[in-house]
Design a protein around this ligand. Structure first.
Ligand code: DOR
Ligand code: ZN
Length: 346
């Protein structure tokens, strides 16, 4: 049995770091294990311009504890007013690594997102020209589309038409949750990638709903049926270059989750590497873990893999705090529902 595994240091290709006291409280949870992360721009107000992204980057670096190394890879929030020239300048300066598309109303802080995709055509064409990836929250928001179907409908009615209309546009399907999502990503060639979260490899919709509502398992896109979870496991452990880790670790203070109208988001930054080692071991794919966490993402984003290494060791049960205390309230750490035996060597 493998009991030690050394990988290139991992990166997180989809992460919510928030701002202020919450940022301060949760940033070490990611920086402890991850070298870099694509940082989501859905603050209130959102990070729309290059100047706002530069200021947010400075706040993240200021919140980093002494002695920790971490590189935030910044993104811009696409609105119908986004200026293609500002996007191009933010990319040319090296500051911005992707633009994030939220369909308006799809998820947390998405009100400024896109309703009329014609209005962002100019930005998308500029991005295709300069090779700047578009990260996509892939769910339609139509009231008459069932929430469990929203990803598959988005692929057919929004994503595929956008990709056909914009040759050369590089796209990351963020946090895919369905067999359809995995199949589409796999068929899309080198300009298409997909991130997969830790929690979608572990939970299906029963975990959220059976035996009482579990607000800490609620996220968007919502976890689907078991056969979709198994398709995501097969994708993540395949080693295929289009699939890489994006945890979508999304902290909300406990009262905002444990509420009559609870926020979407699972906070997995703290124990993600332990959970992933467990999952990959269970599927006989520990040899593919490094591709998923540390190699495929940099290759898609045209960045070098990290030189530093991270070692995972298998031993007795490893425990993590149930909650992280932040100046903005406590945040519950994702509970995978099974004992963890892999820990990151300090
Ligand atoms: O579960 C989610 N939480 N999904 C998202 O798309 C947004 C995120 C958040 O910002 O809390
Ligand atoms: Zn997200």
């Amino acid at each position: 049995m493998t009991t030690s595994l050394t990988l290139r240091r991992p990166d997180d290709w989809h992460l919510h770091l928030r701002d202020g006291a919450m940022l301060q409280g949760i940033l070490p949870e990611t920086a402890r294990h991850f070298a870099r992360a694509i940082v989501m721009p859905n603050l209130v107000p959102p990070v729309v311009t290059g100047a706002q992204a530069a200021a947010y980057r400075d706040r993240i670096l200021a919140a980093l504890p002494d002695g920790m190394a971490f590189e935030p890879l910044m993104t811009l929030y696409l609105t119908e007013e986004t200026d293609p020239a500002d996007v191009a300048a933010a990319h040319a300066s090296g500051l911005v690594k992707a633009v994030k598309l939220y369909p308006a109303g799809a998820t947390t802080n998405s009100a400024s997102g896109v309703t009329d995709f014609e209005k962002v055509r100019g930005v998308l064409e500029k991005m295709a020209e300069i090779g700047l990836p578009l990260c996509v929250h892939g769910e339609v928001v139509d009231a008459d589309v069932d929430i469990f179907d929203r990803e598959a409908v988005f692929i057919d009615t929004v994503l595929d038409p956008i990709r056909r209309a914009t040759p050369g546009l590089r796209v990351v399907m963020e946090h895919i949750t369905t067999a359809e999502g995995a199949a589409y990503a796999q068929s899309g060639g080198p300009d298409l990638g997909a991130t997969i979260t830790t929690h979608h490899l572990v939970i299906n919709r029963n975990h959220i709903l059976v035996g009482g509502i579990k607000p800490h398992y609620y996220c968007l896109p919502v976890a689907k049926r078991e056969h979709h979870r198994l398709a995501l496991r097969a994708a993540a452990t395949s080693g295929l270059p289009c699939f890489f880790l994006g945890t979508d670790s999304a902290p909300h203070a406990d009262p905002a989750k444990e509420s009559a109208c609870g926020c979407a988001g699972c906070f997995t930054a703290t124990n993600t590497m332990s959970i992933l080692a467990h999952v990959f071991e269970e599927d006989g794919a520990l040899d593919k873990l490094e591709r998923f966490t540390s190699l495929n993402g940099p290759a898609f984003y045209d960045l070098p893999a990290n030189d530093a290494r991270l070692t995972l060791e298998r031993g007795g049960p490893v425990t993590y705090p149930d909650k992280i205390d932040t100046g903005a309230g406590t945040v519950t750490v994702f509970d995978p529902g099974f004992a963890l035996h892999w820990h990151v060597k300090p």
